[in-house]
Write a protein that binds this ligand. Sequence first.
Ligand code: ADP
Ligand code: MG
Length: 250
Amino acid sequence: MKKDMANAIAVETRQVGKKFGSVTALDGIDIRVGSGEFVALMGASGSGKTTLMNILTCLDTASSGEVWLDGVNAATLDEEGRREFRARHIGLVFQQFHLIPYLNALENVMLAQHYHSVVDQPSARAALELVGMEHRLEHLPSQLSGGEQQRVCIARALVNRPPIIFADEPTGNLDEENENRVLDIFEKLHAQGHTIVMVTHNPVLGHRAERIVYLQHGRIVDAPEAISATARQTNGSRAFAMAASESARP
Ligand SMILES: Nc1ncnc2c1ncn2[C@@H]1O[C@H](COP(=O)(O)OP(=O)(O)O)[C@@H](O)[C@H]1O
Ligand SMILES: [Mg+2]
């Protein structure tokens, strides 16, 4: 997580493919994300963004090719090993918040520590402070706005101090003001040395990353012409963007 690790590779895929029955969701994906880089992943709905994120976060396995995370070949990890690796190395933020409704903000963040088998209230508070939620520790999710709930989710993703943050459409359910707040937090985390990979439909948000990787029909493409046209369209129509992203699995 330190800046002097700038030459290290945080995420690397070699010819990653994924098939769901006869559907080829990913085809020969080669990406490299340096330690401390902030990368946006963009592409039309159905282009394979969530499938790729699931594989990069060890929630799913590739049908072919290799995935390396912080120098570890994901194929060498069994299910328990993947869970442990995720807990130590990876923070996840989704479009849907997945907060436990009967636990308050602090408890939701501490629950993530619980999975990591260390419960430490001061670090849970510190994570909530980092996202500007120190004044809402005892609020239940239902007593928080969407933007506030997403900030609790980011605190939850950060509490175990993972070097890499993966976010799949983290602002898909938020208004523009809260989109910007979430991006402000990601920029702050990036400045602190975190590696960030963020999927977004929104080109304005994508351009706040250092680099954009474009996916089209399960492949990486250089020329984003068709995609930015789609993204502009989706961005112009909030309702369509919401419907499109709702149909995608987290
Ligand atoms: N579990 C699954 N079973 C079958 N097909 C799937 C599954 N997950 C994704 N797909 C298909 O893979 C393609 C990529 O989907 P996805 O990764 O969700 O795209 P995106 O996140 O870019 O919208 C789509 O054609 C989708 O229908
Ligand atoms: Mg998706």
